[in-house]
Design a protein around this ligand. Structure first.
Ligand code: SAM
Length: 286
């Protein structure tokens, strides 16, 4: 695994290799490594090109004055690679070697990466102008430690940018998720070992004297068929299913499919909406 270059990312300590648990895709001391998802992850987070571009532009505005950015839980580089393409100097860390392998296969050396745990970053204080985290904090039980680590490695005046996506207000999506959880015997907050809502994070950083800004929401009008979604659930594409055995997940998906066909008819025609994109910016005092 390549480390971060010393130049351009000054003030870094040595990057320690971090062993991401014994098996792949399992809870790792209450962090969820995505090794098992590396082959299909991008399919589950695909955005229409104009929306992906709008997100990159929104982040570029925030990062315009930066020379050293870090994305924690960078995964396959879905966020970092377009930023690098737009001229932002961004490096990434992740627990999952397999996700980082995908990133490198897609982006060559555009984004330097290292296997590291966001709960204890291998960088000195004030090493970065900006830190990003997208769809990560719900996967880490010690999400508050991750937030504090991000603030530690930010220089005074630096910005922590966080997105957890946004719940789709779409009734079909909400109903399906609720029924799937019930059928699998899961609690409401399944898949969230960590942060439950952005308001919790807002309060946490505000208590540390950090400014909170909510960036404009980017609406996602994309839809996909209910059939495709249920197929992906049955194949355990989503991290909230990873603690369950294969048979339980398949059975739950099958039960909900029967219910959904009764309710909506042809599930290849019935559509469900996607969550909007919401970013919060946390400004460390200068
Ligand atoms: N940020 C990328 C994106 O939006 O496409 C990837 C998001 S993916 C849902 C979450 C990523 O966080 C996975 O690659 C997972 O391995 C990583 N992750 C989970 N816990 C972590 C931790 N404690 N430290 C570093 N990475 C972690």
């Amino acid at each position: 695994m390549s480390g971060l270059p010393a130049t351009g990312f000054g003030n870094t300590r040595n990057v320690r290799p971090f062993r991401a648990g014994g098996q792949t895709g399992i809870m790792n001391s209450r962090s969820v490594s995505f090794d098992r998802a590396a082959g299909f992850y991008d399919q589950t987070r695909d955005l229409p090109p104009e929306l992906a571009q709008a997100q990159t532009e929104l982040l570029c505005e925030e990062l315009a004055a930066t020379t050293r950015c870090l994305e924690i839980g960078v995964g396959t580089g879905r966020i970092a690679l377009p930023l690098a393409g737009a001229g932002i100097h961004v490096a990434g860390v992740d627990l999952s070697p397999a996700m980082l392998g995908r990133l490198r296969a897609k982006g060559g050396g555009a984004v330097p990466v290292a296997v590291a745990d966001a709960r204890r970053l291998p960088f000195g204080a004030a090493a970065f102008d900006a830190v990003l985290a997208c769809h990560v904090l719900h996967l880490v039980q010690a999400w508050a430690d991750v937030a504090d680590e991000a603030l530690r490695v930010l220089r005074p005046g630096g910005t922590f940018l966080v997105s957890q996506g946004g719940q789709s207000g779409d009734e079909t999506a909400l109903e399906l998720r609720k029924r799937l959880r019930q059928a699998a015997g899961l609690a409401d907050v399944a898949g969230r070992v960590g942060l439950h809502g952005m308001d919790e994070l807002d309060r946490h950083v505000a208590a540390r004297g950090v400014g909170v800004r909510h960036l404009p929401t980017l609406r996602n009008t994309q839809t996909r068929s209910v059939a495709e979604f249920l197929d992906q659930v049955a194949q355990q594409y989503y991290s909230w299913t990873w603690d369950l055995d294969e048979a339980t997940v398949r059975q739950a998906a099958a039960e909900v499919r029967v219910w959904a066909e009764h309710r909506w008819g042809d599930l290849t025609v019935a559509q469900m909406g996607a969550g909007s994109l919401r970013w919060h910016a946390y400004d460390v005092p200068a």
